[in-house]
Design a protein around this ligand. Sequence first.
Ligand code: MTE
Ligand code: MO
Length: 541
Amino acid sequence: MRDEEKDPGVRPGGPRLALGALSGGLACFAALAVAEMVAAAVRPQAGPVIAVGGASIDAAPAPVKDWAIRHFGTDDKLVLQLGILAVLAVLALVLGAFATRFRRAGAAGALLFGVTGAAAAVSRPDSTTCRDALPSAVGAVAGALLLYVLVGRLTAPARPEAAASGTVGEEAAAAAPTGWDRRGFVLASASAAAASAFIGAAGRSLNASHGKDAIASRAEVVLPGPRSPARPVPKGAGLRIDGISPFVTPNDDFYRVDTALVVPKVDATRWRLRIHGKGVRRPATYTFDDLLRRELIERDITLTCVSNEVGGPYVGNARWIGVRLAELLAECGVKPPSRGGRADQLVARSVDGMTLGSPVEDVMDGRDAMLAVGMNGEPLPFEHGFPVRMVVPGLYGFVSACKWIEDIELTTFASYDPYWVKRGWSRRAPVKTGSRIDTPGPFARPKAGTVMIAGVAWAQHRGVDRVEVRVDDGPWQEARLAAEDTRDTWRQWAFPWQATKGGHTLTVRASDRTGTVQTDKRTRTIPDGASGRHSVVVTVE
Ligand SMILES: Nc1nc2c(c(=O)[nH]1)N[C@H]1C(S)=C(S)[C@@H](COP(=O)(O)O)O[C@H]1N2
Ligand SMILES: [Mo]
């Protein structure tokens, strides 16, 4: 008896497993394409990769998250999504091979992926409807069906019509030795691949055009002139030195750190901000226009991320325009704890469900804490929180700088831990005094003679008082400080070094107005910001 008669189909073993794996891959591709299309109808954030990605960001232990931010920066999101796709692809190949033995179980396995994606989608903090489960669910059904059909072709004998038709010739000969429906398989898989590519591409482009209303609402914003303008940046605040960070960071170069896999696109005309909670005697809701009609302040403020390593890039300086937060709070009847207020923590919540907690005392102590509507002369870019975000001088971003804000709740530190605190970061986190060498870069090879060592230093809300540079184990030498804009902004500094041939280590330290010298004690970024001094090793030629 011939093998094929006992067990019709592709010879079990290598070839069949490979074609099964191929079927799994195609089914996975089809599922993702269909999900993408359905997500365009529901909302882009409900797609399986985004949902599972968001859930993994939230579930990642603090050190992993911090590592990802530090190593991939703004690309961390791309890396994460590619990682999820890679894992999914491997699982799909395995599942496809498995389905050649257990066809129904294989298809059921595909449905399980759908359940996972759907569960992730509806449990996202910004999910408000069960419809968010649809992209994963519909995608998985499409994938499961396709897997079932394709694997069927692999394990079924050639269709009699195919064998009987006049055009068979070669094909029948090819099919005959194994008896599987090669023609049916090739046809089904090729059309599935083509259809998936088409659906996926269409879904992608529909998703990309999502948020048209938000984009239009941003284009229509006319920022009013501030009642309290920032004073012009002093001429001497920017040193003309190659390689130094510009005093004002252009919006396009401003660092971005957040957990949003899809940048929220909020329609400003529909945006509302609610202020409520403990000790709020007059809870209120504001529209975007309500804010624009108020007296606006304009301030230069340097923002720093707690995940910024010593010498790292997550610090930027911008000219913000917005509403004084303390004024709104006072209007709602909020008092700081020092004046008998019942709430000591202000929890800001964004449209994507992020929560950040700031000390009420700090935002009401007279500093320029604001609800910003503009950044460097334009409405906030979507990446930086359009239409409204918080900015508080002197506090790390994760305890103050809520982007896409929509809710402010007054509460206590004892009763509520916001997002980052739940994950191991500190409840309170004033910015640590820091400094960075921008030039020369690490392992630079400058010529002997005068070499400009230059960079930036920050100690928001205390002010930078002094910057010193040390070459190797030499004495600390005072650098020239650029003019101070405000104590909430960074300062450039420069030191002309008479460089001698050989390898040298350059180190910088800043002192703030409280007299504190930047410590040389190295700490990690978790829980409340890295400390230590930035050093650069160069070889003078
Ligand atoms: N909604 C939301 N706001 C957020 C975050 C976030 O993940 N989601 N990240 C915070 C952190 S950790 C920092 S450092 C700042 C960064 O602001 P930027 O991206 O505009 O530079 O935003 C803060 N606001
Ligand atoms: Mo941050």
